[in-house]
Design a protein around this ligand. Structure first.
Ligand SMILES: [Zn+2]
Length: 251
């Protein structure tokens, strides 16, 4: 009788484990410059959470479009600050993808493996707490990567996203200049668009974004998340978010 109970418990444990593993959709460190699904466009926004994040989320929603936010933990703002945690949750709930841009935006190629793990672990924990989602995609700051960065991302179940179009808002371009870059890129009839920009600029949020959406949609592109443009799921798994973040701090 006793052995029957133990065997039953083991069987239950094994099936519970199988269910958990079955729900995990780990990515494998693939380096991504282009979307995989023809006709898709993935607009991505780095360096948040910041004050324009909700405007970007709302503008995308207004056009029935989705975007991807590569967020930091503590660069411009602490992600656990209630204002910014709420902002991340807001755009997540709109169906936009949340992905990792590391905790503090370092050049990962200058760090040890342990330091790269730490930079990735802390932002993953924050996104998991705030949204309940375990990220499956990351973008290295400055698009700087080496074999160590790729192998740590693979170990952590994530693909590494760069871009095939750089809006250069980080480089001092005005919205009008960025719009011309978009015009020129779309004129080359790319099969897919994977656009890098930053949520930290008012001009990107309020001037470039509506222009880019209308331009891309008028050329037949479907605006989707990075995961959807790759034909994959956005997260390794999704669970209930932490209800009370008051004990979570950046320092
Ligand atoms: Zn960045």
């Amino acid at each position: 009788m006793k052995s029957f109970v133990i065997l039953s418990s083991l069987a239950l444990f094994a099936s519970a484990q199988a269910a958990t593993l079955g729900n995990m959709l780990k990515r494998s460190g693939v380096l991504i410059y282009d979307c995989a699904i023809p006709g898709t466009a993935a607009l991505t926004f780095d360096d948040g959470p910041n004050d324009y994040q909700k405007i970007i989320g709302d503008t995308l929603a207004q056009y029935n479009a989705k975007g991807t936010f590569f967020v930091n933990g503590n660069t411009y703002h602490c992600i656990y600050d209630p204002k910014y945690a709420e902002s991340v949750r807001y755009v997540f709930d709109q169906g936009h993808q949340i992905a990792s841009h590391t905790w503090s935006h370092p050049d990962l190629t200058k760090l040890s493996d342990a330091e790269i793990h730490d930079e990735m672990c802390k932002i993953e924990d924050a996104i998991l707490a705030i949204t309940g989602a375990k990220v499956a995609y990351m973008r290295p700051p400055f698009a700087a990567y080496n074999d160590n960065v790729i192998s740590v991302a693979k170990c952590r179940g994530q693909d590494v996203v760069i871009a095939n179009f750089d809006a250069q808002d980080w480089n001092g371009l005005t919205p009008d200049q960025t719009n011309v870059l978009y015009d020129n890129f779309v004129a080359t009839n790319p099969s897919t668009v994977l656009a890098l920009q930053h949520e930290t600029y008012n001009g990107t949020a309020t001037e470039v974004l509506p222009y880019a959406i209308e331009l891309l949609q008028s050329h037949g592109y479907k605006l989707v998340t990075v995961a959807e443009c790759m034909g994959n799921e956005p997260y390794q798994w999704v669970q209930a978010p932490v209800s009370d973040l008051s004990s979570y701090k950046c320092t």
